[in-house]
Design a protein around this ligand. Structure first.
Ligand code: CA
Length: 238
C-alpha cells in the first residue's frame, strides 16, 4: 500500500471526532472531518475519501440526505459509507441501508468495534486497499487483477470462492467456523445458511486442485475450515 487510505468523519459532536481521530490515525488512516451536512459534501468532493463515517443526526442536512447526495454523484457513488445511528432507531438503520450506506454502527460504540468494521468494509469493497498480492504455498493471488494462480496455472474462481480464498490466505493456518466465514465473506447482515459455506468450499477445492495436487484446505471436524499448513512445507521441500 503506497499511501494512507483517507477517512472522512462527518459528526457534529467534537468528543466523538476526537476519539475516532486518535484511534484511526493510530490504525494508519488519514483523517479529514466535517461538522455538518453541507460541509460534508464539500469535503467529500475535495478529498475523495476512501471511506466515510456519517452521523445520522447532523445540523443543516440530515445524514440520510448527505448519503443520498453522495450516492447521486459519480465520484462518490461507490465510496463506502458507515452510518452512525442512535440506539433503538431500527427503522432509521434500514432506511440508511436503503439509501446506500454499506454498514451502520449504533451509538455508543467502542472504538475497537468501529475500527474492525472499517477494516471489514474496506476489505469487502476495496480489496485493492489491502496488500496487492498474497501467497500461500504454491497458490498466489493478485488482488488488483483479482486473479489466482496455482503452480503457475491460472485458476478461475467465482466471486464468492475468491473472497473465501482471500480470507483464508489472510489468516494462514487459522481455523474458521462456518459462521465466521459467513460473517467475513457474506457479511453479518445477510442471512445465509451455514451449509452454503460447505458448497462454496467444495467449489473452491474443485477449482484449486488439478491432477495429483494436494488439497490446500483442511476440514476440521465440527470446527470449520483452514488452510493446510502442510502445503507450505511441501512447497519448501520440493
Ligand atoms: Ca450528531
Amino acid at each position: 500500500m503506497s499511501s494512507k487510505p483517507t477517512i472522512l468523519i462527518v459528526e457534529d459532536e467534537v468528543a466523538i471526532i476526537t476519539m475516532l481521530r486518535y484511534t484511526l490515525e493510530r490504525d494508519g488512516y488519514r483523517i479529514v472531518e466535517a461538522r455538518d451536512g453541507e460541509e460534508a459534501l464539500i469535503v467529500a468532493a475535495e478529498e475523495a475519501p476512501d471511506l466515510i463515517l456519517l452521523d445520522w443526526a447532523l445540523p443543516n442536512l440530515s445524514g440520510i440526505e448527505v448519503c443520498r447526495r453522495l450516492r447521486a454523484r459519480a465520484e462518490s457513488r461507490n465510496t463506502p459509507i458507515i452510518m452512525l445511528t442512535a440506539r433503538g432507531e431500527e427503522s432509521d438503520r434500514i432506511r440508511g441501508l436503503d439509501t446506500g450506506a454499506d454498514d451502520y454502527v449504533v451509538k455508543p460504540f467502542s472504538v475497537t468495534e468501529m475500527s474492525a468494521r472499517i477494516r471489514a468494509v474496506l476489505r469487502r469493497i476495496r480489496p485493492a486497499l489491502a496488500e496487492e498480492t498474497a501467497a500461500f504455498g504454491d497458490i498466489a493471488i493478485d488482488r488488483v487483477a483479482r486473479r489466482v494462480r496455482r503452480n503457475n496455472r491460472e485458476v478461475h474462481l467465482g466471486p464468492t470462492e475468491y473472497k473465501l480464498l482471500d480470507h483464508l490466505i489472510q489468516h494462514p493456518g487459522r481455523v474458521f467456523s462456518r459462521e465466521q466465514l459467513l460473517d467475513a465473506v457474506w457479511g453479518s447482515d445477510v442471512y445465509v445458511e451455514a451449509r452454503t459455506v460447505d458448497v462454496h468450499i467444495g467449489r473452491l477445492r474443485k477449482s484449486l486442485i488439478a491432477d495429483g495436487e494436494r488439497d490446500p484446505i483442511r476440514t476440521v471436524r465440527s470446527a470449520g475450515y483452514s488452510l493446510d499448513e502442510q502445503l507450505k512445507v511441501v512447497e519448501r521441500a520440493s
